[in-house]
Design a protein around this ligand. Structure first.
Ligand code: AMP
Length: 396
């Protein structure tokens, strides 16, 4: 696996695919700079070697058309401030004007190209467009994990034009390393904690990780499909009846593979999907009609904590309850705290996939786990065992 450290960028131009798809407010100010900060070490490595950096990214979904609101010019000064270099901007990402701007770059300089997705050819993975992009660098660096699951021109196809002259950026290398630790090389016991709303969106992940983990904690809305499938009463809790056979099959597979599955034994049930609803703690398989489980109960949280504290490698995907409502956030917070404790005692913990990161950030856990993934969809596909095209293109 080639990384930045395999190259010396002196007098070279690095064409870097970054993920600057950052949120902007109504006045087009960047409201979350995490993704820019995450790309900083890669850009600095190129500059410090004495090279120049050509940055390419998408922003939002302009659907192949120019859209002023989605111009990357709005983020240029933010990028300059964060990396500490006056970043130049050019209002397109391919063509003669862009090629001249790149040719004029001197060592230490950084050029940000316009939003790649102003061209339909980007998301179509067009080879001609990728070839035009390839003219803009001597070495291709992919540091955009968030789009590594897309075979777009700038994330995948462009790599074909850089045989032997392509590598992963620092961020993408860290993401790959974290996934490897959970899926292959992590110290045992390995634990996966899967929460979130529905079983249907997690089936492929569950099936894939049953071969990799020793323990599986199931939480969140998924719980009730498993409980009802085993004959429990789940009241008005979220439940996918059509997935009950599948839930039973997963439990059977887990047993055959020697994976210990931990499902809530008690829940905090509410008489409405509302933060101010009446609540009661009930056994998970005796939830009365008119009540729905919205968070894990105290006995469950004790069980979960003890499993977490025994584990040496931990993957967390999906909240344990409806964490957006304060009164049903306790389970998610308790699991986060236990992971923090395990991490401090030497466990490796990875949080990621889908919306998991939102919960982690809301409660300030991002610095208390070993690694928080920057890619929602890309992490989910990795956990499903898929080879991401953007990663395969660098390896190939
Ligand atoms: P996902 O995108 O599948 O990870 O699901 C995240 C969502 O699951 C969050 O918005 C939670 O509010 C929701 N969730 C977690 N537990 C429950 C539950 N017991 N009932 C309904 N929704 C839940």
């Amino acid at each position: 696996m080639k990384t930045l450290n395999d190259f010396n960028f002196e007098n070279k131009k690095a064409l870097i695919r970054v993920d600057f798809n950052v949120p902007l407010d109504g006045d087009l100010n960047v409201t979350d700079t995490n993704r820019i900060e995450a790309a900083k070490p890669t850009i600095l490595k190129v500059i410090e070697d004495g090279g120049s950096a050509v940055l390419m990214s998408h922003l939002g979904r302009p659907d192949g058309k120019r859209n002023e609101k989605l111009s990357l010019k709005h983020i240029c000064s933010k990028v300059s401030g964060i990396i500490g270099v006056d970043v130049k901007f050019i209002e397109d990402c391919v063509g003669e004007k862009v090629e001249s701007a790149v040719a004029a770059l001197r060592p230490g300089e950084v050029l940000l190209l316009e939003n790649l997705r102003f061209h339909k050819a980007e998301t179509e993975g067009d080879k001609g467009f990728a070839k035009q992009l390839a003219k803009l660098g001597d070495i291709y660096v992919n540091d955009a994990f968030g789009t590594a699951h897309r075979a777009h021109a700038s994330t995948t196809i462009v790599a074909e034009f850089f045989p032997g002259q392509k590598c992963f950026g620092g961020l993408l290398a860290k993401e790959i390393d974290a996934i490897e630790k959970v899926m292959r090389t992590g110290e045992k016991p390995v634990l996966a904690i899967l929460g979130g709303a529905k079983v249907s969106s997690k089936i492929t992940i569950i099936e894939n990780i049953l071969d990799k983990v020793d323990h599986l904690i199931i939480g969140g809305g998924m719980t009730y499909t498993f409980v009802k499938a085993q004959g429990g009463q789940v009241g008005d809790s979220i439940c996918e009846d059509d997935k009950m056979p599948l839930a039973l099959d997963i439990l059977k597979q887990a047993k055959e593979k020697g994976v210990k599955v931990h499902i809530p034994v008690d829940v905090l049930a509410a008489n409405d999907f509302d933060n101010n609803a009446d609540t009661q703690v009930v056994d998970v398989d005796k939830i009365p009609e008119g009540w729905q489980g919205l968070d894990a109960g105290p006995r469950t949280l004790e069980n979960f904590k003890s499993v977490i504290l025994q584990s040496k490698t931990i993957l967390w995907n999906g909240p344990i309850g409806v964490f957006e409502m304060e009164n049903f956030a306790k389970g998610t917070i308790a699991v986060g705290n236990a992971i923090n404790e395990a991490t401090q005692s030497g466990a490796f913990s990875l949080v990621g996939g889908g919306d998991s990161v939102a919960a982690v950030k809301q409660f300030g856990f991002e610095n208390k786990v070993s690694y928080v993934s920057t890619g929602g969809g890309a992490m989910l596909e990795s956990l499903e065992g898929k080879t991401l095209p953007g990663i395969a293109a660098i390896l190939g």
